[in-house]
Design a binder for this molecule. Structure first.
Ligand code: PMP
Length: 395
């Protein structure tokens, strides 16, 4: 069979191969990007589902508007305003997870051969999605404070990209948090160079001790003209439930209307049942309590994982302590002749029944083969201690 040329631009990821091995009995996995199901507010979601089926069975089981269920658009608008971003209900559309928002941006913005700049490393699915539309991906280096803005600015000047994609808060896989100063500069650069910046923000609520700086979207009000060059993807996946598949896209009107048109041809609309459930859930005011539990649980797990990594792997591993999110991004140093190739190490780790993701697939080009990503979200403290102990043995 002759498949579309666009498939030549992407390969199935090495990660998927690794995930096949995760079914091994007894394995402790730090590989996935899944939230802990024990933290889902099942009671609140059940109450919400019951309420919407009782109160408005017709609309929630019927076809609906592509832009989204009106009460949810209003709920998301209120939620965003509470985080300092001014967004009217009709300034956003509901998407089937923020993954779809990214796909719609790809579809509306990228023609074959267009250049896009992304952090190196960045979210693998966005690299793949934009490549499917023919994007030529250029990586911008990052440090503990997020993307290096001087280098980003130089890359924008040099390549004149169609867009810049960033995960400013607790990046996947980097865990890095972009500083306030860099956030403001990025908005200024976007206006000056007339470059669309796409802010992907699924992890911003998962902070430990201190709230992160305001999102680019929240800051855009103080940088004249920047709202015209900013798209923002949000999601309830990491705060409520990924299975609901509820995310959103906020973008300048011309982009938003085209994205809506593309969504119409793709899935018509996101499930009304899950949208209405999420909308009702927001009115229960349970989210702050649910988030408190998520934040404190992940903070404790991150603290324990850091301690165990230092104890069990010592100077053979280097990492920054994340301030939120779900991931440690680490580097094998090769100290004392120890393994420093993360893919080789991953194989040995699987033999010892512990899994993580080597960092290479998160780079569009020139991967750093010493890097790896460990999630602290899904395994509890006892599993983290046991699993990192096994990693120490594997090394
Ligand atoms: N962006 C990033 C950076 C992610 O890590 C994820 C999920 N792992 C998504 C987007 C997609 O999330 P969802 O579609 O569940 O909202």
């Amino acid at each position: 069979m002759q498949f579309a040329d666009r498939l030549n631009n992407v390969e199935t990821s090495a990660i998927r191969e690794l995930f096949k091995l995760l079914g091994k009995p007894g394995i402790i996995s730090f590989a996935g990007g899944f939230p802990d199901p024990a933290l889902f507010d099942v009671e609140g979601i059940r109450e919400s589902t019951d309420a919407v089926l009782k109160n408005s069975p017709g609309p929630v089981l019927q076809y609906g508007a592509t832009e989204g269920y009106q009460s949810l658009r209003e709920g998301i608008s209120t939620h965003m305003v509470s985080k300092g971003a001014t967004v009217a209900p009709d300034g956003l559309i509901v998407t089937t997870g923020s993954q779809q928002a990214l796909d719609l941006i790809g579809k509306t913005m990228i023609s074959p051969g267009d250049k896009v700049i992304m952090e190196a490393p960045t979210f693998l699915a966005t690299i793949q999605c934009f490549r499917l539309y023919g994007a030529q991906v250029i990586g911008a280096p990052i440090d503990a404070n997020g993307v290096d803005v001087d280098k980003l600015e130089a890359l924008i000047e040099e390549h004149k990209p169609k867009l810049v994609y960033l995960i400013p808060t607790f990046g996947n896989p980097s865990g890095a948090m972009l500083s306030l100063e860099r956030r403001k500069r990025i908005l200024e650069i976007a206006v000056r160079t007339q470059t669309l910046v796409v802010e992907d923000d699924p992890y911003g609520e998962l902070f430990f001790d201190q709230a992160p700086p305001p999102s680019l979207l929240a800051l855009s009000d103080s940088v004249p003209g920047s709202r015209d060059w900013l798209a923002h993807c949000g999601s309830f996946s990491k705060v409520l439930s990924p299975g609901l598949r509820v995310g959103w896209l906020i973008a300048p009107p011309a982009l938003l209307s085209r994205a809506t048109m593309c969504k119409q041809f793709s899935d018509a609309h996101t499930s009304n049942l899950t949208q209405a459930t999420a909308a009702h859930y927001l009115t229960l005011n349970r989210l702050p309590t649910a988030l408190k539990a998520v934040r404190s649980t992940y903070a404790e797990r991150a603290r324990v994982m850091a301690e165990c990594l230092r104890r069990e792997l010592g100077d053979a591993i280097a990492f920054e302590q994340p301030k939120g999110g779900m991931f440690f991004w680490a580097r094998l140093t090769g100290a004392n002749g120890k393994e420093n190739n993360a893919s080789e190490f991953a194989k040995r780790a699987i033999d010892k029944l512990v899994a993580f993701v080597p960092g290479a697939p998160f780079y569009a080009h020139d991967p750093d083969l010493t890097t790896l990503r460990l999630s602290f979200a899904t395994a509890d403290v006892a599993k983290i201690e046991e699993g990192i102990g096994r990693l120490g043995q594997a090394l």
